[in-house]
Design a protein around this ligand. Structure first.
Ligand code: SF4
Ligand code: SF4
Length: 432
């Protein structure tokens, strides 16, 4: 991965990386880079460190590597007396260290930032470091490939239009046996109330979750549509640190909502995709979309509260627990709405410890799931989550992110948890 990229390490690349600092250095970044007091209280917040307690995996180490590069290029002492302030030049050794720490040892979950003794926004620093690496061309190849797939085919898995349409039609036919022949899964319809996005993993591996969402819209008598070309909610540009590509991918979804004249963009069950389309892209594009944006979780809560869908909560002898995706609960503020929905559909819920905004990341966030280079480390870092689930005695884990679902399915297999993993829409569709 590194060697094939080394030829691009020239002064021009280094300059663009340094410009990320020098042109974008505001109070927020400077504060984050200069505030760490090396107390190491954040270590035990991080699932990477807890799974493998080496100082290299501590959140402060990730801040330190970025701050040391800043000192080299952004401060007088760092420029002329680097050893006095532990300043690091952007050379091959530093780039290897940054890549390993910032791409391979952080899921951008944000848990450490809520525990830091002085409030350092650690994931913000990690993202800044990833932006520098992206400016030099040092994005892991697997992540680059996912981005390339999105830019060329419209989805990160490079599924064909035929794959998508066949899967949707198959789910429509299967569901008609249960729901009646007027049940449809609409594609490319104009003037709908809801434009729905989904994760291409659903098309490839979890088509029943598409059928589940369609059943909810059908039960609510909602006018909704999917798009053949622009259905992918994911945005691996966000993980790469390349803001230009992040904005470009998001803008295509926004344009499609406008093109199909939909009133509301409904974000499918994907944590980082929701975060990107709702919060990050409008900032990057400096443009507020002129339609409403809601997560599927919020829409379900609205449909339940307004009585547009009615459910009979599951009351069986299974134990259910909730996994909070970091970008939905801690970073997205939807913790209470998640509880409202789950407790409306399931009686026997046991919370993990800790939970909600303090919940541990599943280990698959931050793009790690797409970066095969770090598979072993990702599964090891997921042990915290596996232990949390086991302690609840749960038979079923409910979550609202398809990246988390993939990671939890792999943790189930590796750590023998004997659980089912379900999306919120799947459980709601079961109890309609
Ligand atoms: S953001 Fe999450 S993964 Fe990254 S250093 Fe902090 S706790 Fe660890
Ligand atoms: S808790 Fe905050 S101040 Fe302490 S080492 Fe971690 S990042 Fe630095």
């Amino acid at each position: 991965m590194y060697l094939c990229n080394l030829f691009v390490l020239n002064m021009k690349n280094i300059k663009s990386a340094i410009d990320i600092f020098l042109q974008n250095t505001d109070n927020k970044l400077l504060t984050a880079l200069n505030s760490c007091v090396h107390c190491n209280l954040c270590c035990t917040s991080c699932h990477f460190y807890k799974a493998s307690p080496k100082l290299n995996y501590s959140p402060s180490k990730k801040v330190d590597v970025v701050a040391s590069v800043y000192r080299k290029y952004g401060t007088f002492t760092g420029k002329f007396f680097p050893q006095l302030v532990h300043a690091k030049a952007l050379d091959e050794k530093t780039i290897r260290e940054m890549t390993d720490l910032l791409f391979g040892s952080c899921t951008l979950c944000g848990r450490c930032a809520t525990h830091c003794s002085v409030g350092v926004d650690i994931p913000f620093v990690v993202k800044t470091g990833r932006r520098m690496l992206a400016a030099m061309g040092y994005v892991p190849d697997s992540l680059k490939q996912s981005i390339q797939n999105t830019l060329t085919t419209g989805n990160n898995m490079a599924l064909t239009e035929e794959d998508f349409v066949d899967t949707v039609e198959w789910m429509q036919e299967e569901s008609q046996d249960e729901m009646g022949t007027d049940f449809t899964i609409p594609i490319d319809k104009l003037d709908c109330d809801y434009f729905y996005t989904l994760n291409p993993r659903e098309v490839k591996f979890y088509p029943l979750s598409i059928a589940a969402v369609a059943k909810i819209f059908y039960a609510a008598h909602a006018k909704w549509t999917l798009s053949t070309q622009k259905y992918d909610i994911t945005n691996y540009g966000y993980f790469s640190g390349d803001n230009k590509i992040t904005g470009e991918i998001a803008a295509k979804i926004y344009d499609e909502v406008t093109h199909l004249k939909a009133k509301t963009l409904v974000l499918g069950e994907c944590g980082h995709g929701s975060r990107t389309l709702r919060w990050e892209a409008p900032n990057i594009l400096k443009q507020k979309p002129d339609f409403e944006i809601l997560t599927m979780l919020e829409l379900i809560a609205h449909l339940l509260k307004s009585g547009k869908i009615k459910v009979n909560p599951i009351d069986n002898n299974k134990v259910y627990t909730i996994h909070d995706p970091c970008n939905i609960s801690r970073n997205g503020g939807l913790f209470d709405i998640f509880r409202f929905v789950v407790k409306s559909i399931v009686k026997n819920v046991v919370e993990m410890t800790p939970t909600g905004i303090d919940n541990f990341c599943c280990g698959g966030g931050g793009g790690l799931l797409a970066m095969g280079e770090y598979n072993d480390r990702r599964i090891l870092a997921g042990k915290m989550k596996a232990d949390q689930i086991r302690a609840t005695g749960a038979n079923v884990v409910i979550t609202t992110c398809h990246n988390c679902i993939d990671q939890l399915v792999q943790l189930n297999h590796t750590y023998d948890l004997h659980i089912e993993v379900k999306s919120v829409a799947e459980i709601v569709a079961d109890v309609l």
